[in-house]
Write a protein that binds this ligand. Structure first.
Ligand SMILES: [Zn+2]
Ligand SMILES: [Zn+2]
Length: 357
């Protein structure tokens, strides 16, 4: 992998805030702070053409973040009220959080993939049956009764995440973003979320990768309660898909810019295959474990004891995505409902253990 965002990586390593940078004609990279997060910032992108301005992933909703965004616009010579459109790669709060404030300041439309609109937290919560549905899901995962309360939200949840705005424009794979004089095409890359998109700037051969492809970390691919099927199969297909853009420079939403998209996509796919192998061996050696028991035995970067609070929920969702993938991919794992606790898992056919492709 070749790092092209050299100043960004230096800032990352020095734990400083990276600079606003002009990456190409009419395209700026603007770091927007994420409070209390090891990710530290989102890289928003401003794209300017023929008097129109598109903001991609404006960032987390905070006053500091808003100031970051305004400073980036000033550096790019753009007033906030000049923004004509907001495109989010996906509806996570570190990307879509500031969309509402920016829309209010500018009157810009908000666009996201059609599949993403249903994943806005308030909608997802409803679709999963609210608090009762969520507790039911955690119980089926085998989470002990005294821990369930730590991992769920209440129906009375308030806050900016739950008020993130609906889109005005629904995007589909292959659509061109409405930006006169510049080709910016939607590449649907489901996995990290169902409606995640990358954006390809064909004239400058740039691929805005959102969270789909990051240079250093692998994005969480988790199965949301009420979610259908495994998102991991889709994610692996989306990784194969972006290999077609290997000539492009990757403009990610976190960390720093890089090249060698195909090699990075392959490395992330290998990480997930190794994870799936690990899950198979944990299930094979632990005698019909629950999802929760599997999650506890997997290797986590700082050890399970350091996976606390809502990080446990993300760990559980990641484990669930892998298990659902292994259930679907050739039936390597089977599930048996256990009325006394969570669903139990076992290896379907021990003699065929192994991942193909
Ligand atoms: Zn995300
Ligand atoms: Zn993100």
């Amino acid at each position: 992998m070749i790092v092209t965002g050299v100043a960004q990586r230096e800032a990352w390593q020095a734990r400083q805030f990276p600079p606003v940078e002009q990456v190409a004609t009419g395209l700026w990279s603007v770091p927007v702070t994420i409070p209390d997060s090891p990710l530290r910032y989102t890289l928003a992108y401003l794209i300017h053409s023929d008097g129109c301005v598109i903001a991609v992933d404006p960032g987390w909703d905070s006053d500091t973040g808003w100031q970051n965004l305004l400073r980036g616009m000033a550096a790019a010579g753009i007033a906030a009220d000049r923004v004509t459109g907001i495109v989010v790669t996906h509806a996570h709060p570190d990307h879509h959080g500031l969309s509402g404030r920016l829309k209010e300041a500018s009157g810009a439309w908000i666009a996201m993939h059609a599949a993403e609109a249903a994943t806005l937290p308030a909608r997802l919560w409803q679709a999963g049956g609210g608090e009762a549905g969520d507790r039911g899901w955690l119980t089926r995962c085998g989470v002990p009764a005294d821990v369930v309360g730590e991992l769920t939200f209440s129906d009375a949840q308030e806050g900016p995440i739950w008020r993130m705005p609906d889109p005005d424009v629904l995007l589909s794979d292959g659509d061109d973003i409405d930006l006169p004089g510049r080709r910016l095409r939607v590449v649907w890359t489901p996995g990290h979320t169902p409606g995640h998109i990358c954006l390809h700037d064909a004239d400058h051969d740039l691929l805005l990768t959102g969270d789909h492809l990051l240079p250093r970390i692998t994005p969480n691919v988790g199965l949301a309660p009420g979610g259908q099927g495994s998102p991991l199969g889709g994610y692996l297909a989306s990784l194969r898909r972006v290999r077609d853009y290997d000539s492009a420079e990757a403009l990610p939403a976190h960390e720093y810019r890089f090249r060698d998209i195909a090699a990075r996509a392959d490395a992330i796919a290998d990480h997930h295959k190794a994870r799936a192998e690990e899950i198979i061996s944990v299930i094979a050696s632990s005698g019909r474990p629950t999802m929760w028991q599997v999650a506890q035995q997997l290797t986590w970067s700082r050890g399970w004891a350091q996976v606390t609070g809502f990080m446990r929920r993300a760990a559980l969702a990641e484990t669930a995505a892998h298990i659902a993938y292994l259930e679907e991919a050739g039936g390597l794992i089977t599930r048996a409902a256990d009325p006394a606790g969570g669903d139990r898992f076992q290896i379907a056919a021990p003699e065929t253990i192994g991942m193909n492709g």
